[in-house]
Design a protein around this ligand. Structure first.
Ligand SMILES: [Fe+2]
Length: 186
């Protein structure tokens, strides 16, 4: 979803949104079936955000920031660690203990990633890019994110194309990634 503003404001707003979903899932008792629905939303939002960063943010970091390659490599490694856990989460019902372990792990990993990005990467990028460059990157990130649907309210009925994305069974991470990155499309 688009928040407006330059790339740093846009991505920070995403971070706050994901944190709000973490708060929602943590507020529900363990085993509550709604935790499964929120996990799907978290999955889609995290993949949406990661793909947009990988397509536009990290290439800009590599190009403009001194030492940017190492920074980008680290963030991408963080993303794959999280995505691996999201894939393990896909097929699990909320009453499984593995479900809770994975949610806890994902939240810890994402919170650390967000802190690192906001304290280290964003300030470094802001120092070397012009306000116009940051605005343009914001627009690109917004257009990438718009390629996957958003469910407006937790628990709202799934309508196309969301129902297609959150089909039962495994593969949500890959379907979301394909949809946003255009992977597998000619
Ligand atoms: Fe991020």
């Amino acid at each position: 979803m688009g928040h407006g503003g330059n790339v740093i404001e846009e991505l920070k707003a995403d971070h706050r949104e994901v944190q709000a979903m973490f708060d929602q899932i943590n507020a529900l008792p363990l085993g509550n079936a709604k935790r499964r629905d929120i996990a799907d939303e978290i999955t889609i939002e995290l993949v949406r955000h990661s793909v947009a960063e990988e397509m536009y943010l990290y290439p800009a970091v590599r190009e403009h920031v001194p030492g940017g390659d190492a920074m980008a490599d680290k963030e991408i490694a963080d993303h794959s660690k999280v995505e691996e856990m999201l894939k393990q989460l896909e097929g699990l019902d909320a009453d499984r203990s593995e479900f809770d372990t994975l949610i806890t792990g994902i939240i810890a990993e994402v919170v650390a990633h967000v802190t690192d990005e906001e304290n280290r990467l964003f300030p470094a990028l802001a120092q070397v890019c012009s306000p116009q460059q940051l605005d343009e990157l914001g627009d690109k990130v917004r257009s990438a994110k718009a390629k996957a649907p958003t469910r407006p309210h937790p628990g709202a009925p799934s309508t196309p194309p969301m129902n297609k994305l959150v089909a039962p069974g495994a593969g949500l991470v890959d379907r979301a990634r394909d949809m946003i990155s255009g992977r597998g499309r000619s």
